[in-house]
Write a protein that binds this ligand. Structure first.
Ligand SMILES: [Zn+2]
Length: 173
């Protein structure tokens, strides 16, 4: 069985998460220890799927603590301009952050921030994705994938992955 990627679906579009991206999320969450960490999701849409190709580490002006992560903005705009100019063209798809000592379920603050992003004309992403990674969960970090449409504080799609070892059979491949 090949499990090179995971696809999460529901209303709106599917989210395609390559195995390499999952590994990066895991690695960054674990290496940040007890502090939250995060960044942005970059990729593109194709045939009703959001393909996540890259997850960034925190911009240098980010602020983090045990129970908070405020993603900074330094360097983000110019990096996204580079991605937009590249071939194939890639762009902002959403946000990710870790919950070192909590479940991967998004908090009410997370929901609110994603709704704001969805409605922000400067960001220009009406259905942003949020991935939350539980950094110290054993044996492997658990994560959730949410797609927000800006109409409600809760995501239109929210999938939680609790057992990565069985993802192939749980989610198909
Ligand atoms: Zn959170």
């Amino acid at each position: 069985m090949t499990t090179t990627s995971q696809t999460y679906g529901g209303r709106g579009y599917l989210v395609h998460l390559p195995e390499a991206v999952i590994d990066t999320l895991r690695g960054q969450a674990v290496s940040a220890g007890r502090r939250e960490t995060g960044g942005i999701l970059i990729g593109y849409y194709r045939n009703g799927e959001a393909i996540i190709t890259e997850v960034t580490s925190p911009p240098p002006d980010s602020k983090s603590g045990w129970f908070r992560f405020e993603r900074g903005t330094r360097g983000v705009k110019s990096y996204l301009e580079e991605k937009w100019a590249a071939d194939p063209r890639e762009f902002y798809l959403g946000e990710w952050h870790s919950h070192p000592t909590q479940q991967a379920r998004p908090s009410s603050t997370d929901h609110r921030q994603m709704q704001q992003i969805s409605n922000d004309p400067d960001i220009d992403c009406s259905q942003p994705i949020l991935i939350v990674v539980a950094g110290q969960a054993k044996p492997l970090p658990e994560f959730s994938v949410g797609v927000y449409d800006g109409a409600s504080d809760v995501p239109a799609v929210l999938k939680q992955q609790t057992d990565l070892a069985h993802r192939g059979s749980d989610y198909g491949s």
